[in-house]
Design a protein around this ligand. Structure first.
Ligand code: COA
Ligand code: AMP
Length: 631
């Protein structure tokens, strides 16, 4: 490991976090400077920058306009699915955001109110997020690919006063009307938002009701409003993420720690400076979109690209190269699956021809494991550094990375490199002791977590503690397994729980199981995530039918209905293609379904069979079915 800038920064961040983050906080403009950098008076709840006040939108927009960046492009919008492009200078974005904030205020939105944003990749989604930040309202963006069940669970928990949505999303092969899904999501929730702001898109306009108000009308009737002062510890947003159960976890992000950490990460991890162009191909509905399409680049005074398209098929596997070349991006960020898709369609990267991407310094990949094959391919064709980084919705920014702006170090394929300053990452054995270097275990982070990470779950301190902090007291459990090698490189091998990661999309086995269990023929079911060369992982369903249903006669029809149900309830992103009807599911004597054992069999590994298994015959009977993966 390097003994240079990284080692010094890491050491200080752990031994004297207040000094380290106190210095980083100078990059943010505060209304009242924090009284205390780290408030550790109430463990295991730690708070950063207590006593400080600021406004995140001010730091992302107003401040740059005041300091002379008003004419710089803040956001390029490029939408191959509609053939539309536009651009917003910092000055223009500020005008739109402060006006939309005025519109939200006219609808009664005040500091602390929740606003759900259910939108595709359009600039208005960014405008709505920043407008909430401006008012001190708490946004909760729901990924546009989620169907009513997922949407409704989020509306129920966040209890928004207003929902901001658009009439449709556009996939390469179809237009997806959002309004029917939104109406169904609200219908199912006991909480009813007062108003829905609807952005009408010409590809499919929504039918409006008395509750709905047109985006343009709201804007026309609104005056720009100023930033509202909020506490560093006030929530900026809630982003729901999938756990193992069907009930999503409301990850809370505060204002102060988030602004400091993201600003720091942009230069130190991603090596992007004010004025530079940066391209993140993800979705504003995921944490990568929140942090690295919206907040980090804007807090930095950089230019961000909002891309409404896919890595392939819109129109081809050269789409990313076109964007990088045309807008002059110095770095890009996406999920490894996107690169696997490009490699599959254009293995020799022939579509690079004609695109000058010589200014591209780094390609960052995260969201799932970066397999060495994909790493080598990208590295060979792009002639720039391909950099893995590991993190999660909960942390909001990288836990392990190769810090390109601080102290770039050699890359080891298969590893996201080293622990990022602020994260005291440890690998623990089954007894909760530090595992020796090179030995696999549970990856945990010694408390306190650094700024920008979750302080708790939305209105559920207890679940925060039970989900993350109780397995190993004093540590945050990441849910990932892996090891740290002799050189301090972290290797992340995958989730140790039942959370799914499908094409970089985090999904819950519990949600998919709930959709399957809702079918009238299903007595019992289990969903497992199995390895897939393209998407990393895909779900498989195993269902036991109720008495009276004949698998031979009705099985095929039921399977089709089940697959459709998951698309309709959870969303097509679940990518459930294979459901098998089985006689019984393997369980422990206390009734816990052995998903991990089934997953190991399906992946061709030696299964770990717990001694508490109820009936090993059930597992034996399933083995052939599990091994028959249809893809
Ligand atoms: N709204 C509605 N539907 C969506 C959607 C959205 N925002 N995003 C995806 N879907 C649909 C797709 O159209 C597809 O539907 P289909 O089954 O009818 O074909 C289904 O969900 C599965 O989508 P996906 O898993 O994305 O597979 P794909 O084959 O369509 O595309 C990739 C594969 C690699 C191109 C795509 O997964 C991708 O761009 N991945 C990048 C990962 C990423 O951005 N991760 C975010 C975290 S960094
Ligand atoms: P999400 O919360 O959607 O960002 O998903 C977080 C999960 O994705 C992590 O817990 C990991 O399982 C996985 N993940 C993200 N980045 C990486 C990476 N670089 N390497 C391995 N796994 C990753």
């Amino acid at each position: 490991m390097s003994n240079g800038a990284y080692a010094a920064a890491y050491e200080q961040s752990i031994s004297d976090p207040s000094a380290f983050w106190g210095k980083a906080a100078e990059s943010i403009e505060w209304i009242t400077p924090p009284e205390k950098v780290l408030d550790d008076s109430n463990p295991p709840f730690y708070r950063w920058f207590a006593g400080g006040t600021l406004n995140t939108c001010f730091n992302a927009l107003d401040r740059h306009v005041r300091d002379g960046r008003g004419g710089q492009i803040a956001l390029f919008y490029d939408s191959p699915v509609t053939g539309y492009r536009s651009e917003y200078t910092y000055g223009e974005l500020l005008e739109q955001v402060s006006r939309f904030a005025g519109g939200l205020r006219n609808l009664g939105i005040e500091k602390g109110d929740r606003v759900v944003i259910y939108m595709p990749m359009v600039p208005e989604a960014v405008i709505a997020m920043l407008a909430c930040a401006r008012l001190g309202a708490i946004h909760s963006v729901v990924f546009g690919g989620f169907a009513p069940a997922e949407l409704s669970a989020r509306i129920e928990d966040a209890a928004p006063k207003v929902v901001v949505s658009a009439s449709c999303g556009i996939e390469p092969n179809r237009t997806i009307p959002y309004k029917p899904m939104l109406d169904a999501g609200i219908e199912r929730s006991t909480h009813k938002p007062e108003r829905v702001v609807m952005l009408q898109r010409p590809q499919a306009e929504a039918e409006m009701t008395a509750r709905d108000i047109d985006w343009n009308e709201l804007m026309a009737g609104a005056d720009p409003v100023d930033c509202v002062e909020v506490a560093a510890t006030d929530p900026l947003y809630i982003l729901y993420t999938s756990g193992t159960t069907g009930r999503p976890k409301g990850i809370v992000r505060d204002n102060g720690g988030h602004a400091v950490a993201l600003r720091w990460s942009m230069e130190n991890v991603y090596d992007v400076k004010p004025g530079e162009v940066w391209f993140t191909a993800s979705d504003v509905g995921w944490v990568v979109g929140h942090s690295y399409i919206v907040y980090a680049p804007l807090l930095t005074g950089a230019t961000t690209i909002l891309y409404e398209g896919k890595p392939v098929g819109t129109p081809d596997a050269g789409a990313f190269w076109r964007i990088i070349a045309e807008y002059g991006a110095v770095a890009m960020f996406t999920a490894p699956t996107a690169y696997r898709a490009i490699k599959r369609d254009d293995p020799k990267a022939a579509l690079l021809e004609g695109h000058d991407i010589s200014h591209l310094r780094n390609v960052f990949l995260a969201g799932e494991r970066l397999d060495p094959d994909t790493y080598h391919w990208a590295n060979d064709v792009l002639h720039c550094e391909v950099v893995d980084n590991w993190w999660q919705t909960e942390t909001g920014w990288p836990i392990a990375a190769n810090l390109r702006g601080l102290d770039p170090m050699p890359i080891k394929p298969g590893s996201p490199s080293v622990r990022v300053p602020g994260y005291d990452v440890q690998v623990l054995d089954e007894y909760g002791q530090d595992a020796p270097r090179g030995q696999d275990g549970a990856i945990a982070i010694k408390l306190p977590l650094p700024p920008g990470t979750l302080p708790t779950l939305w209105q559920d301190d207890e679940r925060y503690v039970t989900s993350y902090l109780s397995a190993y007291p004093g540590y945050y459990l990441t849910g990932d397994g892996g090891m740290i090698d002799e050189d301090g490189y972290v290797f992340v091998m995958g989730r140790t729980d039942d959370v799914l990661n499908v094409a970089g999309h985090r999904l819950s086995t519990g949600s998919i199981e709930a959709a399957l269990a809702g079918h009238s023929a299903v007595a019992e079911c289990a969903v497992i995530g199995v390895h897939d060369d393209f998407k990393g992982q895909i779900p498989r369903g195993l269902v036991v039918l109720k008495g009276g249903y004949d698998p031979d006669l009705e099985g095929e029809k039921i399977k089709k209905e089940l697959i459709q149900r998951v698309r309709d309830e959870v969303g097509a992103v679940a990518s459930l293609k294979q459901v098998d009807i089985v006689a019984a599911l393997p369980k422990t004597r206390s009734g816990k379904i052995l998903r991990k054992t089934m997953r190991e069999i399906a992946d061709g590994k030696v299964p770990s069979i717990p001694g508490t298994i109820e009936d090993v015959g059930v597992l034996d009977a399933l083995t052939d079915t599990l091994k028959a993966t249809q893809h």
